[in-house]
Design a protein. Structure first.
Length: 312
């Protein structure tokens, strides 16, 4: 949330130069408040686990957030009870005429699958295109970030030879950018993907603001200049044991996975891992909600306009 200070306070100009978000009294007295409407398109197989992880991050904010869950199609899930999906998840046809403040599209275990071979690719494209006119800010996570770059910039799928798995050090490239407000100069975040996000490649082929990178993992965080599309290539929502569970799963399937890097104490899978990225995960989602969603979305969603994203 912003701080409210007198319009002519000398500190105001200094804080603005540091890109600290302040709100003048004249604006604060006219600002109306309502719950934010956020919808999560959950593409992960274990939907209950994934929805819990994202809801945990969304809850760490002083803003009231009304969350709805969206499913991609009617196919029976192998990992989630049908009763759960029927009770708590919406179909796109039921929400396509509504507007939302925020949209989160989760990752999906499709790193080695070509876009055109994804069974719901056309439907996903429809939802992403719909978001341009119905959502103030969309957050694309991991595989969804790759899919979003394909849709928005027509970037072809780029795949690593080996899976990137582990917890990596990242550099904060713009400490004054709203999405990185409060981030350390260096911070940790987990990755679990085959997708390749090279900073040089994104700088050459897009106009995205590259906000955080890793020498080993590439781009971690990027945003369009209007903050309406935010790309997170890792998994800040992961619990402490999520990477472990994936590693054990891959072992059971005979995939001979590498041990997740910088994850297990002493690099020993028999020693329980600890989350070292939790605080920055919460901060990322709090900043997204505040600066990309709340401060830009119209008060009356029925009057949503692509040309107007300022709350009065």
């Amino acid at each position: 949330m912003p701080i409210k200070i007198p319009d002519q306070l000398p500190a105001a100009e200094v804080l603005r130069e540091e890109n600290i978000f302040i709100m003048q009294e004249s604006r604060a007295t006219t600002q109306a408040i309502r719950p934010l409407k956020v919808i999560i398109l959950n593409l992960m197989p274990k939907k209950i686990e994934t929805e819990t992880q994202f809801l945990r991050l969304l809850s760490n904010s002083p803003l009231q957030v009304d969350v709805e869950l969206l499913r991609i199609d009617n196919r029976t899930s192998k990992n989630t009870p049908t009763e759960h999906l029927d009770t708590f998840y919406r179909q796109f046809e039921g929400i396509k005429d509504r507007n939302f403040d925020g949209l989160i599209i989760t990752g999906a275990p499709l790193g080695l699958v070509q876009f055109e071979d994804v069974i719901y690719w056309d439907h996903l494209q429809t939802i992403m295109t719909w978001a341009k006119d119905h959502v103030t800010s969309s957050l694309y996570v991991c595989w969804a970030a790759q899919a979003g770059l394909k849709l928005l910039y027509d970037l072809p799928k780029r795949t690593r030879k080996e899976k990137l798995s582990g917890v990596y050090q990242h550099n904060n490239l713009d400490q004054h950018h709203p999405i990185l407000r409060g981030f350390d100069d260096e911070f940790l975040a987990p990755h679990s993907r085959y997708a390749d996000f090279s900073a040089d490649y994104l700088n050459e082929h897009t106009d995205l603001d590259i906000l955080a990178t890793s020498d080993q993992a590439g781009v971690y965080l990027a945003s369009t200049k209007d903050k309406r599309n935010v790309f997170v290539t890792g998994h800040p929502e992961y619990d402490s044991f999520t990477l472990h569970n994936e590693y054990v799963r891959d072992l059971g399937e005979g995939m001979e996975p590498v041990i997740p890097l910088n994850y297990y104490p002493e690099n020993n899978p028999d020693i329980p891992p600890k989350a070292t990225w939790r605080s920055h995960g919460h901060l990322l989602f709090s900043n997204w909600l505040n600066y990309c969603v709340y401060q830009q979305t119209p008060y009356d969603l029925d009057h949503f306009s692509e040309q107007n994203f300022t709350r009065d």
